[in-house]
Design a protein around this ligand. Sequence first.
Ligand code: URA
Length: 433
Amino acid sequence: MRPQDLIEKKRDGFVHTPEEIAFLIRGYTHDEIPDYQMSAWLMAAFLRGLDENETRALVEEMLHSGEVLAHPDVPLPKVDKHSTGGVGDKTSLVIAPAAAACGVAVPMISGRALAHTGGTLDKLESIPGFRTALSLDEFRSVLKRCGLALIGQTREIAPADRKLYALRDLTATVPHPSFMCASIMSKKMAEGIDGLVLDVKFGAGAFMKEFDDARSLAATMIDVGRKLGKRVSALLTDMNQPLGRWVGNAVETREAISVLHGNLKGDFAELCIELSAHMLVVGGVTQDPDNARRSIRGAIESGEALERFRRVIKAQGGDAGVCDEPDRLPGAKHSRVIIAERSGYVDEIAADEIGRIVMDWGGGRRRLEDAIDYGAGVELHAKRGDRVDRGEPLATAYYNDEGPADALCNRLQAAYRIAEDEPVARPLVREVL
Ligand code: URA
């Protein structure tokens, strides 16, 4: 087999055999197929599509590109959550410790910022000293001691996704359902979990803009997971505006810590409770979602969830003092307030644009090797549906780089749409599958 023949085959709309998918994934993972050929194949497959069998072969091949873990010495049900990516989405920092405090173990392998969306690893690494690159032995040991462990992909776990994820980011081939399904399910199935909760996002700030596309992606991932013997559920959640009040790395970590301190108002806290409650249900801790919600609230209000977070930060080399003194997180030298130019209701906040603004201020990466400015971020004072008067603050930008400040503040202003009438409220969780 030659890569160019497979690129041609897909370019012309033909279907691959499982052996051909295996050839491509193994060749790329072992550096036998170069980036330029894999990029061409990715784009051909992006445009032509992959059918159900090809997608399944892709998941299996990526899953078995590395080790598939098991945790026989952790007697609790092992459960994780994964989001398809959004703006302001820091739920992992709350739900992993909250679910762990309620009787499941959470071996979580997360990603970095991808396109305009933020990444859990970058948020965690804003905590001074926090190490997300643990060896597998360290990962197992932290999981055993803390009930949760939060790491990035290693060379051992789904290495095919590690390479492909970065290449897709640079070749505009992220938002494809088969690629997203294979990327997410390969690394999640390799973690050694019994159950998985998927947060599948739709809307302007998500990779799947349309609800129906997100729903079909969720159904495909559930099918793949269940065929591999796991309990999987999916929440379809609205990503038409950023989640919570803050977007950026250190500022989102701060916001997550505030929820762990018991500040349970707003969409971000609501989603944390929903997702972690479903983790308890798929983990078999309880069958009743209301019971699960009560347990999660209880674990947060009693401080147990925060204590788990302190413990895991410490176990992974970080400064757990940030939990009580968030000013120890990186900050920004400058700030600028954006005000409403007219009175009315906030009708839309372009989530993807807010994500790109934070990225352009250094809060995300253009290339994998780029350094992150953890202190850059945006605070949203007004969210969709809020009434604002002319001259009132809409948002504050926090930044270290003065260079692009005028242009980025103009874009931040333009990301807000103010209308005369109050918009119809949209549910945060549209459907649970
Ligand atoms: N998150 C992932 O892990 N993979 C994708 O492809 C998209 C979002």
